[in-house]
Ligand binder design. Structure first.
Ligand code: SAM
Length: 173
């Protein structure tokens, strides 16, 4: 599978800090390679990098970017998640797995140019909900569930799934 990137548009640092953090963490856990966020937010970058340091894997974050420029330079397919888009089950078979994809999610109203530029406007149900939910369902289906327990290189700790309690291995020990 090729690389999956996330583009977060309309991030307002004060208002959206928790949701954008969860967009990044959920996409990382579900197999994305990194996230671009349009508004500069050093605190958000620091939080996400500290999770990557502890839990490993290859996930990058860049904030304060111009979405149009990043998309222009991106070689791959652009998928915009929106409740107005085509059904996810109908879109998925047409989204290539041998090319990188950039998934755009909004915070507030998304500019019309995003709908026009996207190769795929995809809905995850036709009801308004959340960018975190939309991304999680889309990624889980796109990766066919394979990202959830995938191995990650580096980091300091590993969580071992267990029926009861918490099993955490410290890698340096
Ligand atoms: N009111 C905003 C608008 O008109 O674009 C939408 C805000 S919504 C809280 C934030 C983001 O969640 C959207 O930009 C979209 O990426 C995602 N989203 C919400 N519901 C969705 C759905 N049913 N399918 C796909 N994405 C959805």
């Amino acid at each position: 599978m090729s690389d999956i990137w996330i583009m977060r548009i309309g991030h307002r640092p004060e208002r959206d800090k928790r949701v954008t953090t969860h967009v990044a963490l959920s996409s990382r856990a579900l197999g994305a390679r990194g996230i671009y966020v349009d508004t500069e937010d050093p605190k958000l970058e620091e939080n996400i990098r500290s999770v990557v340091e502890r839990f490993g894997g290859d996930y990058t974050i860049k904030t304060g970017i111009t979405w149009k420029q990043v998309i222009k330079d991106f070689k791959g397919k652009v998928v915009h998640l929106t409740m107005y888009g085509e059904r996810v089950d109908e879109a998925l078979p047409h989204i290539p797995k041998d090319e990188d994809i950039m998934i755009i999610v909004g915070a507030e109203k998304v500019p019309i140019e995003v709908y026009e530029r996207a190769d795929f406007n995809v809905s995850v149900g036709n009801q308004p909900h959340s960018e975190i939910a939309a991304l999680a369902i889309f990624l889980d289906r796109f990766t066919e569930g394979k990202a959830l327990y995938s191995d990650r290189d580096g980091g300091e700790i590993r969580v071992i799934p267990t029926v009861r309690g918490k099993r955490v291995v410290e890698l340096s020990k």
